[in-house]
Design a protein around this ligand. Structure first.
Ligand code: NAG
Ligand code: NAG
Ligand code: NAG
Ligand code: NAG
Length: 303
């Protein structure tokens, strides 16, 4: 196995540029370098064989701090999921509005911490939403740990569909972030709309873990090992489609094809596991809704 080690400074320049959006629950703290280092190593495989180190390409990404927010609401009883997969499903999950999160969050007591969170989904296509004056437009599905009831840090990995503002052309990338450290994108992992992406985040402690992100269509997997991350409470398991920040502002949110997270589960340090059943559903008003489908699946869709 070949490993490539990179080091970046925690609280890096891009990490805290965002202002808290009105719906954010907790104001983002301004930066301040505490001198800690986030060290990680990356390896990759293609069809099970190691990818040579010089073919593994990683660069810092420009996402900024990522937060949900908003008060609890009750999903109307007569609301229906409007997707091709199923036309009539009613769920009574608690819901909450957010400026930037659309998806499911499970919360577990600190005596039953989240150890592993998993899902796969098909990379959405995205197209410019007309009438939107905020650029660029981007949509980012991911799975992660924390960031909701525990806002000190958030370990997350997924993909993004990003629309180039000047050309209108969308591009697709895989990335991970251990907030508040900066995000990274794996530029050597090709992602196309419709590809099945599998993400597993496996923590070995509050500050260490391994992210596996696999493009199942190309049989290419990347493994990111981190040993000194910002301490996680490990009380939230997240399956989210995000309207990301780029630098200091929320991106425009494009229209995108439905994102079904499948085989969703979170294992816990105490044993036992969580699925989607009963998860809180974050919605981005006017832009994105999400719904539990069953214990393994949830869908987030463009409004
Ligand atoms: C957008 O596309 C143009 C033309 O291909 C390119 O020069 C530019 O770098 C792209 N912008 C971004 C942010 O990728
Ligand atoms: C992005 O494109 C829109 C539409 O062409 C334009 O109004 C806007 O000023 C552009 N924004 C940036 C940052 O280039
Ligand atoms: C998580 O990591 C542990 C320790 O390396 C390993 O035993 C376990 O199989 C992993 N679980 C998953 C779901 O990858
Ligand atoms: C929901 O899924 C989790 C994770 O797979 C599982 O442990 C749990 O038993 C399931 N709950 C029900 C009610 O099926």
């Amino acid at each position: 196995m070949r490993w490539w080690t990179l080091t970046t400074t925690l609280f890096g320049a891009t990490a805290f540029l965002a202002q808290a959006a009105p719906q954010d629950k907790v104001a983002a703290k301004p930066g301040g370098d505490d001198g800690k280092q986030l060290t990680f190593s990356v390896r990759g495989t293609h069809k099970g064989k190691p990818i040579p180190k010089d073919e593994i390409k990683i660069k810092p990404y420009t996402f900024s701090r990522s937060r949900p927010g908003g008060g609890l609401q009750v999903w109307p009883d007569d609301e229906e999921v409007k997707t091709s997969r199923h036309k009539k499903v009613k769920r009574a999950n608690p819901t909450a509005n957010s400026a930037n999160w659309c998806g499911s969050v499970q919360t577990t007591p600190s005596t039953h911490q989240v150890e592993v969170v998993h899902a796969y989904y098909q990379q959405p296509s995205c197209t410019l939403r007309s009438g939107v004056t905020t650029y660029p437009q981007a949509v980012a599905p991911w799975v992660g740990i924390d960031g909701d009831s525990s806002t000190a840090s958030l370990l997350q990995s997924g993909t993004v569909c990003y629309i180039n503002n000047s050309t209108g052309v969308s591009s697709h990338e895989a990335w991970w972030q251990w907030v508040p450290a900066a995000a990274y994108t794996i530029t050597s992992l090709t992602v196309s709309p419709g590809d099945w992406i599998e993400v597993t985040i496996n923590t070995t402690s509050a500050t260490s873990g391994e992210i596996t992100i696999t493009n199942l269509n190309t049989a290419t997997a990347y493994y990111v090992s981190i040993n000194s991350g910002p301490s996680l409470a490990r009380v939230n398991a997240d399956w989210v489609v995000e309207r990301p920040y780029y630098g200091s502002s929320l991106s425009g949110f494009p229209e995108f094809s439905d994102v079904w997270f499948d085989d969703c589960y979170a294992t816990r340090t105490s044993g036992g596991a969580l699925g989607i059943l009963g998860a809180k559903q974050y919605q981005i008003p006017g832009l994105c809704a999400s719904q539990e489908y069953d214990n393994q699946s949830q869908v987030s869709w463009s409004l």
